[in-house]
Design a protein around this ligand. Sequence first.
Ligand SMILES: Cc1ncc(COP(=O)(O)O)c(C=O)c1O
Length: 371
Amino acid sequence: MNVPLLDLVAQYGAIKDEVLPAMMRVVETQQFIMGPAVPQLEAEIARLSHATHGVGCASGTDALLLPLKALDLRPGDEVITTPFTFFATAGAIHNAGGTAVFVDIEPDTFNIDPAAVERAITPRTRAIMPVHLYGQMAAMERLLQIAQPRRIPIIEDACQAIGARRTIDGEWRAAGELGWVTAYSFFPSKNLGAWGDGGMIVTSDDAAAERLRRLRLHGGAKQYHHDEVGTNSRLDTLQAAVLLAKLPHLAAWSAQRREHAAYYTRAFQDVPQVTPPAVDAANEHIFHQYTIRAERRDALQAHLKQEGIGHAVYYPIPLHRQPCFAHLGYQDGRLPQAERAARAVISLPIYPELTRTQLDRVVSGIRGFYR
Ligand SMILES: Cc1ncc(COP(=O)(O)O)c(C=O)c1O
């Protein structure tokens, strides 16, 4: 039995009777651009994030790029981020005219190390960009302690972490609640995935929301009046309708992912070559990915491929070692935790619709390799 890494068709079968009519309502009204589903979804995602405003845009990449543009970066301005993330995080910094400053990660959660962030701050630091990797929040309270006294804005890359929460001083705080602005991606594989590209920015800063709404529409609040140069980065109404129909399922889907994760973690307890993902005690993880550290990772990967068991390495080359950032001068060994993680991680199927039989197949495939 093959187990795919992701099975969007299984989810489609379960929800098509809710999603297709919602899409058809958009088709029947022909309101494809900024139709009513867009502001409705913006309000819902802002509420989920304990934030005031949602600003839909074309992708998670743009949800990072537009706030960085709103910082009006000048050459040499620095944005501190993690090298152990999807490329878009650092690509957006570059494309907004800034310089990415990469700092190391915590080895257990794979998230940015706040102490390393503090050491990297200079007079040119214009923002800090943590990524809530794989679906668990970075140590926001420690990042805020560093950023707030220095008035450095935090841009949360929550593209993998919609609905994730963290207890801070005894209270649940949501992804998207504590940063200056937060970026979400609705890429189809995400916990809340569109049927195409889509993204959203949330913020509780009124002025920032107004500026971001302008920037996504060619820089003008009024049609054909341009206060500044923006771009076309709207969220498609059809995608907003799909997402609104899917949103009521999000919490249950993420809970199902947590159950699968707990099942794997129990099953790997007596496999010393496998280190299951660590969940910070303060966090409620949404398990966008279930990512283990594995001994002889590359050989395990070949074995799983042969066995028909879906897997992926997120991410094999940390961003400070990518050829496009060679000019930044990071040598091999400079960020050892990120480099070590890139050599050891492998992600396993974790989508909500996985059956017990499929989970067992993944477990036996891995146990079989180390036997
Ligand atoms: C951490 C992270 N940042 C940014 C992005 C970019 O999102 P998108 O693919 O919607 O542009 C993604 C997702 O692909 C991501 O996982």
